[in-house]
Design a protein around this ligand. Structure first.
Ligand SMILES: Cc1ncc(COP(=O)(O)O)c(C=O)c1O
Length: 396
């Protein structure tokens, strides 16, 4: 253990079981530690660095903006915010954007907007939100309340009220919870942290219909699925189901912290001056990075490429599933993939086995490998990963 890691361990809150590396720099598909060891990052800093680490054009955009203006608050117009908002609106169903700093904050804004819209249009009683078991929406009090996983709420009572939890992909379980008090249904089109589970097409279409019949807003949390990861700029495009509100974060800034909440004019008009706010949201440097990210994704056809590469990686993982009985299931959409392992195997050393061979992977729910490599990944690296996985799974 390096001395620096010891300093870090004794000074930083212990909320993460960190891997024993002091990461110094990143370049493309790889990150490097202080000792010069390199690792392929197969989950992009948790689905963030989709263009690879330190993409030169994003670095340039950040540098240029940092030399001009770091911060000015939301009391003034800025060029990076204006340009990014226009790109987001032009490429989505939405008419307006609210900028935040993170995914949880974007979801907080969505929850507040849905309640305000319910109250403005139907009365104060219309404030309940249906979310789903195994969902993940963030770590603030409001978003742990929205999250359908008890372990995330443990010890933090009182948890804010107003959420009911349905079973993902089960429309009947949703119908049972709908009442005249329901103002919104909120979900990830592919549950990420809960196990990489894509929604069924029919389920999302049924949800849309249910919402329309009952004056309920449909909120898609696209914090992980958005910005090309699932083969479309936004995952809802895979389903032909348009939400009323959408949240984004993670890959939007390729590592610069930014989140946002988008909605149609009709819904967003419930947010007037003073109804919601943030000091840093829409920070010029983060917006300049995100503006460049959207430009690159479009110019380099990275959505289509994510779909093709996703098929290639899925095929490699399927072949491994045929060979290794530890693999129970392989699923995903585009380059967001879950490799579910048999819970009867002890996988506590799995991450270590991979990083010792030069690959960083992420395990969720104790037994599911979440793969989310950069959209810029190439076939040789995916082949190398599959060869490594073949060796690692062979050890079980
Ligand atoms: C679907 C989803 N929603 C919300 C969040 C919270 O985002 P943040 O960690 O930026 O607050 C995450 C983070 O993993 C997420 O995957």
């Amino acid at each position: 253990m390096s001395e620096l890691i010891e300093v870090s361990d004794s000074n930083i809150a212990d909320t993460y079981a960190r891997y024993p590396f002091m990461i110094e720099r990143g370049e493309g598909l790889k990150i490097y530690d202080e000792k010069g060891r390199s690792f392929y990052d197969f989950f992009s800093g948790i689905s963030v660095c989709s263009l690879g680490h330190c993409h030169p054009e994003v670095v340039e955009a950040v540098k240029n903006q940092a030399e001009k203006l770091f911060h000015v608050s939301n009391l003034y117009y800025t060029m990076p915010q204006t340009s990014l908002a226009k790109k987001l609106v032009d490429s989505s169903f939405a008419d307006r954007v609210f900028f935040a700093n993170s995914g949880a904050e974007a979801n907080e804004a969505a929850i507040k907007l849905a309640r305000k819209y319910g109250c403005d249009n139907y009365g104060i009683h219309k404030n309940k939100i249906i979310t789903f078991l195994n969902s993940f929406h963030g770590r603030t009090l409001g978003t742990i309340a929205a999250t359908g996983q008890d372990k995330i709420k443990k010890g933090f009572a009182p948890i804010p009220e107003g959420f009911d939890y349905a079973v993902f992909n089960d429309i009947e379980s949703v119908k049972k919870l709908v009442s005249e008090n329901t103002c919104a249904i909120m979900l990830e089109p592919v549950q990420g942290e809960g196990g990489v589970r894509p929604a069924d097409k029919k389920f999302l279409k049924d949800l849309r219909e249910l919402c329309d019949k009952n004056h309920i807003l449909l909120i898609f949390d696209e914090i992980q699925t958005g910005i090309g990861r699932t083969g479309k700029l936004f995952c809802y495009e895979n389903y032909d189901v348009v939400p009323d509100i959408m949240t984004l974060a993670k890959a939007l800034g390729n590592g610069m912290p930014i989140g946002c909440m988008l909605a149609s004019n009709h819904v967003m008009q419930s947010f007037g001056p003073g109804s919601h706010g943030t000091t840093f949201g829409g920070n010029p440097v983060s917006c300049a990075a995100a503006d460049k990210v959207l430009e690159i994704i479009k110019r380099d056809n990275l959505c289509e490429k994510a779909l093709e590469k996703g098929r290639y990686l899925l095929d490699l993982m399927m072949k491994l599933k045929e060979k290794h009985k530890i693999i129970k299931d392989v699923r995903g959409l585009g380059l967001l993939m879950g490799v579910e392992l048999d819970e009867n195997f002890d996988v506590s050393n799995l991450v270590k086995s991979f990083y010792e061979k030069g690959f960083l992977i992420n395990i969720i729910q104790g037994h599911i490998i979440r793969l989310a490599p950069p959209l810029t990944i190439d076939t040789e690296t995916m082949d190398m990963f599959a060869e490594t996985a073949d060796i690692v799974f062979g050890e079980f």
